[in-house]
Design a protein around this ligand. Structure first.
Ligand code: UDP
Ligand code: MG
Length: 321
């Protein structure tokens, strides 16, 4: 019945997180379904392949649009989360709730080049690669501010010992077993870019040019971006805690030397009214201590949240049971 080729072709699920995406949804759905259609006709992926739109608790008509898309296109499905849980959780929910042989996650605004999906699938089939990272070849479509902060951030991550793929966001292919492995991580503060490299297996990268959003505006304001950046460091590295210890140790050492100098100065009678130096020391030490306590508090806060082991999302409705 099946040609041998079709028999071997993996079932692909494209996971698309959507939050207030009414401006882009119809167009993105059309582009994605036609891209998937050509992968199916090329026998690269199985005819059961589908696109899963995950509505991350949108406040606009996104879910109604997803339902419409799902009824019009056979290869489109929808999943609505019970409320807004953020991009990382939406992608995670899509990966966990769908069953397929291979998954690709991509943003709803299609800033990532969808023609690269074919390259990713070929890497998976031809070279038995489990994880294929989409990597931006250049960042010329970004503002100078975004480019500068992004690069500084990657540098900070690597100083902190967090392993991430340079210039890779969440456009990636994952095989079923890596998705299963991902599901076994219990943490609530998701930072997929840090988690996926921890899984291991054979990986590859494909380059692409990232374009601008074709409609609508970014759902990632600076506040959400900073919070994701902070997760990336504090969920993956305990190095800031060690840096406090080192700072404390060096300050103590310097104070020790200063004390000896002061004693000698006092013995030789060369004492002066040291009000200024005392004030400087007190302020400096007070500052370091507050900073350190705050940082320790950050980690304790994390322990507090993680220990609850709260569920990361709930599914509200599905277009297909
Ligand atoms: N997104 C989401 N939940 C959120 C915020 C964003 O699912 O709380 C989705 C959004 O719909 C899009 C993707 O995450 O598909 C990336 O968001 P966006 O394109 O606005 O970010 P940017 O590309 O500007 O960094
Ligand atoms: Mg975007």
């Amino acid at each position: 019945m099946n040609t041998p080729n079709e028999f071997l072709a993996p079932t692909l699920c494209v996971v698309v997180p959507c939050y207030n995406e009414k401006e882009v949804l119809a167009e993105s759905a059309a582009r994605l379904t036609s891209a998937l259609e050509s992968l199916v006709s090329a026998n690269l992926v199985h005819a059961n392949s589908f696109i899963l739109f995950v509505d991350d608790g949108s406040k606009d008509e996104t879910w109604a649009l997803i339902e419409g898309v799902a009824s019009r296109f056979e290869r489109a499905e929808g999943l609505k989360l019970s409320r807004n849980r953020g991009h990382q959780n939406a992608v995670f929910a899509g990966l966990m709730e769908a069953s397929a042989d291979v998954f690709v996650s991509i943003d709803a605004d299609l800033q990532d080049d969808i023609s690269v999906i074919e390259k990713m699938v070929r890497e998976h089939i031809d070279n038995k690669v489990d994880i294929v990272y989409g990597v931006r070849a250049d960042r010329s479509s970004d503002t100078r501010f975004k480019r500068f902060t992004a690069e500084a951030y990657y540098r900070i991550l690597s100083v902190m010992g967090v392993e991430v793929v340079f210039n890779h966001a969440d456009f990636r292919l994952m095989s079923a077993r890596t998705v299963r492995a991902l599901g076994s991580y219990r943490e609530v503060h998701l930072f997929l870019r840090g988690l996926v490299p921890l899984i291991g297996f054979k990986t590859a990268t494909v380059e692409y040019d990232r374009s601008e959003r074709f409609a609508g505006e970014s759902k990632y304001p600076l506040r959400k971006m900073l919070s994701l950046a902070w997760e990336g460091i504090t969920s993956f590295s305990a190095r800031p805690l060690r840096m406090i210890f080192l700072a404390g140790a060096s300050v103590s050492f310097l104070s020790f030397i200063a004390a000896i100098v002061a004693i000698f100065a006092s013995i030789s009678g060369a004492t002066i009214a040291g009000w200024t130096s005392i004030m400087v020391m007190v302020a400096f030490l007070g500052g370091i201590q507050l900073l350190s306590i705050g940082l320790i508090g950050e980690y304790i806060g994390k322990i507090y949240i993680e220990i609850k082991d709260r569920p990361r999302y709930f599914v509200d409705v599905r277009t297909r049971p």
